[in-house]
Design a protein around this ligand. Structure first.
Ligand code: JFZ
Length: 450
């Protein structure tokens, strides 16, 4: 009897503590804790890469295709599978990709694990339409990227096309008018026969579990186009992710009114948002590689977008579309180098900052940090004022310190009835954006509280 009592005691002690251990680092993570790294990071790399990259946007003489190639070129699935077999990105180098992101000042990478074509860019045991069984490459680029991100200290995140899959026979999409135009109607013409739950149970959910089990910590599950996925179905997927990786962040495209943050596609909202949000953007006009597309955004535009987005409390997810050989286009790499050089000097005005306490200025933007009850204001000047003065209305706090962020050179300020005047050098030290750091006593009431 004594022995049994001791055994039960021992069992409770051991099992009780394991359970406690799991619970402490597993489920009861707060939303704030989950989002902290992401909100401090502010800047990430989006990677649209797949079989479609091999075509470089061209198919039978048409040159405006990209990641929607199978759909926009009306390629029957079997022909697309034949084409996938020729996909062999021999120049793919995870170290190179992650280094380009890191040197650009990016803190996380979101790579397409499966886009609308339903082709898994990883070693999926769930469906053979994947890079190991369905291409000539036979390596798992997601595994290599996940390991390299870990080595270089970036967060590894995956994009997954949830409600759109042109390989699966049971993936209906919403009707626009009387056409389910975003569905594969070539191979699967009878839209009403398609049962979404069958696709979710047969492919999507098992693949999501694979990604959350075989690739280490996933920073963000970046879902796309949930289409007909209902709130219940989306919540089920959220529950699965919370169970497998409680720290994993989920974007809003997992389902109606779900997710940890909202996504702005190819645009930056006018105003500030208190809630977490992210602006995802291409560097030219296409997400996937399009060799004919040379409408590249300038490095200055990209730096200004990064600052503008941070000044409104958001994250900037900037896209690259590697080639079919697995190379990030030089036009992208060059611009990311310039952005990175700017961030190396001015990163303090981006990382770990929050949205501006002011409406936006004609001459630039502002981000802020709280420090020991005081406020650090980072004024990023895009357009250098002719009179060498910046007027910051409504600041009546006592200025403790003001300097140029890059050199630390002290600069003068003085207060007027309507606000603060910052005296600038005659010309802009940094043509892209010059940051003026002003430390003031106390806090500045933010515009949303007015
Ligand atoms: C989707 C994809 O179709 C596209 O290929 C790319 O992956 C992009 C990031 O996401 O395109 C969208 C999705 C949603 C909106 C617009 C384009 N939207 O909500 O406005």
């Amino acid at each position: 009897m004594e022995k049994l009592k001791n055994f039960i005691l021992l069992f409770v002690l051991v099992f009780g503590s394991v359970k406690a251990q799991n619970t402490s680092d597993s489920t009861d993570i707060t939303q704030e804790q989950r989002m902290e790294w992401w909100q401090d990071a502010r800047f990430g790399m989006f990677i649209h890469w797949g079989v479609y990259s091999k075509a470089g946007g061209e198919w039978k003489g048409e040159t405006n295709h990209a990641e929607w190639l199978q759909f926009t070129a009306k390629i029957p699935l079997q022909e697309y599978k034949e084409y996938a077999k020729t996909f062999n990105p021999i120049k793919f180098d995870a170290k190179e990709w992650v280094s380009i992101a890191k040197n650009a000042g990016m803190k996380y990478i979101v790579v397409t694990s499966k886009h609308h074509d339903g082709f898994a860019m990883y070693n999926s045991q769930v469906n053979d339409h994947n890079i190991i069984k369905g291409s000539s490459f036979h390596r798992d680029p997601l595994k290599e990227l996940a390991e390299e991100c870990k080595k270089q200290g970036l967060r590894f995140c995956v994009y997954y096309s949830l409600g759109r899959d042109w390989e699966d026979p049971d993936c209906p999409t919403g009707y626009a008018g009387n056409i389910a135009w975003r569905s594969n109607l070539i191979d699967y013409p009878i839209e009403k026969d398609k049962k979404l739950q069958r696709y979710l149970d047969r492919k999507a959910i098992p693949q999501i579990k694979e990604l959350l089990t075989n690739y280490g910590d996933i920073g963000v599950m970046w879902f796309d186009t949930y289409e007909l996925v209902s709130k219940q179905q989306g919540q089920k997927i959220v529950d699965i992710i919370r169970e497998l990786q409680p720290k994993c962040i989920i974007n809003s495209r997992v389902g109606p009114c779900l997710g940890d943050y909202t996504v702005n596609e190819q645009e930056v909202p006018e105003g500030i948002s208190i809630k977490p949000w992210e602006s995802c953007m291409t560097m030219n006009n296409h997400w996937g590689y399009n060799k004919a597309d040379d409408n590249w955004r300038t490095s200055e535009e990209l730096v200004h977008h990064l600052i503008d987005i941070a000044s409104k409390g958001g994250n900037f997810l900037l896209n690259v579309g590697p080639t079919g050989e697995g190379v990030i286009p030089t036009e992208s790499a060059e611009r990311l180098k310039v952005v990175g050089d700017w961030i190396k000097v001015n990163g303090e005005a981006i990382y770990g900052t929050t949205f501006s306490p002011f409406e936006k200025f004609v001459w630039g933007r502002c981000t802020q940090k709280k420090e020991n009850g005081n406020t650090i204001l980072y004024f990023s000047v895009f357009n250098w004022p002719e009179n060498g003065e910046l007027i910051v209305p409504e600041v009546h706090n006592k200025v403790m310190k003001s300097s140029l962020l890059d050199s630390g050179k002290q600069i003068k300020t003085h207060s007027l009835d309507n606000g603060l005047v910052i005296k600038l050098p005659n010309s802009a030290p940094d043509p892209l954006a010059t940051v003026v750091k002003v430390v003031v006593e106390g806090v500045i009431d933010d515009p949303s509280s007015k």
